[in-house]
Design a protein around this ligand. Structure first.
Ligand SMILES: C[S@@+](CC[C@H](N)C(=O)[O-])C[C@H]1O[C@@H](n2cnc3c(N)ncnc32)[C@H](O)[C@@H]1O
Length: 432
């Protein structure tokens, strides 16, 4: 067992402050196909790979999101395993990783799509789904999609399902295109924690044809442009076949032993953000979920990081900073949600099992980079990065550094005035 050294805290804001958000991907071909606010930039992955003395052969991202790590690795010729539990994000990633699109074939399909949409004036029945909050009906006072918007989306989904079998690979491109616009054409916005109604949502005047135009323009001006620009780049590795859908707490076990050189990942932050809720328009409208129990199942397969479902009390890792934080929460009385202490315990025990299960999959001396932010509850900052680094030390890693990437505002709910450190935890696999 290697003796734990003091963790080195390093101010790396100059290096990372612009890279740990998705902003840097907004103008990057293919990366830009779906903006994930919670994602990081491809340049972040490039820099971390660039600082290795030997080019890594195999990378891994256990919280893949929309595939920034896997796609950057593919561009660099590095094999990358990835796991993602949201079926929508998983599909977005696979759509971005495919490299066998033919731009001319796709262009013809877009033209046909446009002709079809221009001819649409028929009405579609309400989709069969258990949630009743999405659509405008006489019984509802508020709804997420106005009637013309629902018709416009339904036209697109209908045409997608008419694609001939030989055009199968383009189905997911069209799905991504409509998925990218669902929030924009709806009456809600993502407020960080959930979906909230837009100010003056009643004035939303989006027409059926507006939905069609947004979709067609996006297919032509974004997807097709990027496909054309990459048409002659045949990747050396195909990470399309290396990514998996499911819960990384258990799926890590299916990876080959002693195979990974580097991990570049960002788990959900301990900030009570429920991805199943925030991305529910994509999940319900694109057919991933149509019943509440399916939604619940998906939610429970996510890392414990929100209070949307009550979490059972669990034994949390025995780390001094964590114990002190939990004791603090006990002393301050009421929190904005009674599930917070169990969520915090669950988060750190989930991450403990990730570190433990990951260890045998890593090659000797492998490097692990985790982008995470601290949180605040009960008027006190929870030093998530320090606690994670110390947990990792108990599971066979040397915590080399915690690099400050930037300081971010805490949400109102987090009840703290000061900013929260977002950082990159740098770990190295120890031999036991
Ligand atoms: C911060 S985001 C990662 C974003 C990614 N770095 C990118 O740039 O696209 C965290 C991701 O972890 C996923 N996730 C949550 N729980 C998971 C689990 N148990 N297994 C796998 N993925 C999970 C979420 O759905 C989310 O996409």
């Amino acid at each position: 067992m290697v003796e734990a050294k003091e963790i080195l805290y390093k101010d790396s804001r100059e290096l990372y402050s612009d890279l740990v958000s998705f902003a840097g991907n907004r103008y990057q071909p293919i990366h830009r196909w779906y903006s994930l606010v919670e994602g990081f930039s491809s340049e972040f992955v490039r820099r971390l790979i660039g600082e290795q003395s030997i080019m890594p052969k195999v990378c891994f991202d256990p919280f893949m999101g929309v595939g920034t790590t896997a796609l950057t690795c593919q561009d660099l010729g590095v094999k990358c395993f990835g796991i993602e539990n949201s079926p929508f994000f998983y599909d977005v990633t696979r759509t971005k990783l495919r490299s066998d699109y033919d731009p001319d074939e796709f262009a013809v399909l877009i033209d046909e799509f446009e002709i079809y949409l221009n001819s649409c004036s028929h009405s579609h029945p309400l989709p069969e789904m258990e949630t009743k909050t999405l659509f405008q009906t006489n019984e509802r006072e508020r709804w997420i999609f106005n009637e013309p918007v629902r018709e416009g989306i339904s036209d697109i989904l209908e045409k997608m399902h008419m694609l001939p079998i030989e055009a199968n690979k383009y189905f997911s491109l069209f799905k991504l295109a409509i998925g990218s616009h669902l929030v924009a054409v709806s009456n809600v916005f993502r407020n960080g924690k959930c979906l909230s109604f837009k100010k003056k949502w009643e004035d939303n005047n989006t027409q059926r044809s507006d939905v069609h135009s947004l979709f067609i323009n996006y297919c032509r001006n974004v997807l097709l442009v990027d496909i054309r620009s990459k048409a002659n780049n045949i990747p050396k590795v195909h990470n399309y076949v290396n990514v998996m859908r499911g819960d990384s707490r258990t799926l890590i076990n299916s990876l080959p032993e002693n195979s990974i050189d580097i991990v570049i990942s960002s788990p959900p932050y301990l900030n009570s953000r429920d991805y199943t809720d925030i991305y529910r328009l994509e999940l319900w409208m694109l057919g991933y979920v149509s019943k509440f129990n399916e939604e619940k199942k998906l939610r429970s397969s996510a890392l414990t990081s929100h209070v949307q479902i009550a979490v059972a009390d669990s034994i949390s890792p025995n780390i001094q900073e964590l114990n002190e934080f939990l004791t603090h929460l006990e002393t301050i009385g009421t929190l904005w949600n009674k599930n917070i202490p169990n969520m915090i315990k669950g988060y750190f025990s989930d991450m403990e099992s990730i570190f433990e299960n990951l260890h045998p999959k890593l090659k000797e001396g492998a490097m692990v980079y985790i982008n995470v932010s601290n949180s605040a509850y009960g008027n006190k900052i929870c030093e998530v990065d320090t606690i994670l680094a110390k947990i990792a030390e108990t599971k066979g890693y040397e915590a080399q550094e915690i690099r400050t990437a930037r300081y971010i505002n805490s949400s109102k709910q987090q009840e703290i005035a000061s900013k929260l450190r977002e950082s990159v935890i740098v770990l190295k696999k120890n031999s036991w």
